[in-house]
Ligand binder design. Structure first.
Ligand code: SAM
Length: 244
């Protein structure tokens, strides 16, 4: 079980605040404006698989009727605080039944947790089957085989009135599996003068652009690789879009 999404989930708004997700939300909105072909009655229905703390969704709830799916209840609690209008649903993106067809299904950073081609295909197939005709599946992993850089780390310090968190995260390739990488994190949390240290390791999938596009095509979608978003100037955003 990932500590970051369970016992340390209360830190999520501090470590990865909603404003950090605004450029990506602008990219997603632009992709939707460009490719959506369904005919929504009222606000289009958008489900995010692995919506976490709802930080991406918080920039989309004004334009879309949002459903947040996540496998970790503490993250859904965070999500409800920043996206009070979104429907929250505990479920696994590979199997969850949304109960109605969507105009858009979004799976971005959470798709990293699909560790094998079978997992990734299951998530894509499950999303595709729950789209309206003309609906969009947007898949945007943090890394592809082409973009991954081994042994990269970041360190940050975050502080509010009660708590200080020194956070380090490192990504490394798994030596005996070309389709996986590890994200290794260290948290030093200081509260009332006492510091507690936690480590957390997440095993994630790493697949090529060709594989992602192939799986989306197999799911019956007409696919596009999007890597230029005019609205974002210099900020790169890479994602895969499939139209049902
Ligand atoms: C990096 S966080 C997502 C953050 C989110 N984009 C936000 O705006 O706050 C990744 C999320 O994926 C969720 N997750 C991992 N595996 C999952 C699965 N199989 N099905 C659904 N959610 C999953 C985790 O619980 C976690 O909340």
């Amino acid at each position: 079980m990932h500590k970051l999404y369970h016992e340390l989930a209360y830190l999520w708004p501090m470590l990865s605040p909603p404003e950090d997700y605004e450029p990506e939300a602008i990219a997603i909105q632009s992709v939707i404006d460009r490719f959506l072909k369904s005919d929504p009655q009222g606000k289009p229905l958008l489900a995010e698989m692995g919506a976490g703390g709802g930080h991406t969704l918080s920039h989309l709830t004004e334009s879309f009727d949002c459903t947040a799916v996540d496998i970790a209840d503490p993250m859904l609690v965070n999500c409800s605080l920043v996206c009070p209008d979104a429907v929250t649903m505990n479920g696994d993106m590979r199997t969850v039944d949304l109960g109605r067809l969507m105009d858009i299904v979004l799976i971005h950073d959470a798709v990293d947790y699909m560790q094998t081609p079978e997992d990734a295909r299951a998530a894509i197939n499950n999303a595709a089957r729950q789209l309206k005709p003309g609906g969009l599946l947007i898949v945007a992993p943090t890394y592809t085989t082409e973009s991954f850089e081994d042994d990269q780390s970041i360190s940050d310090e975050h502080q509010d009135k009660q708590i200080k968190v020194a956070f380090t995260s490192k990504v490394i390739r798994v030596t005996d599996n070309r389709n996986q990488f590890l994200m290794q994190m260290v948290f030093d949390i200081t509260e009332d003068g006492n510091t507690a240290s936690y480590t957390d390791e997440h095993r994630c999938g790493l697949f090529g652009e060709f594989e992602w596009l192939g799986w989306m095509r197999e799911a019956g979608l007409k696919v596009h690789l999007v890597d230029e978003i005019e609205e974002l100037d210099d900020m790169p955003w890479h994602g895969f879009v499939g139209i049902k």
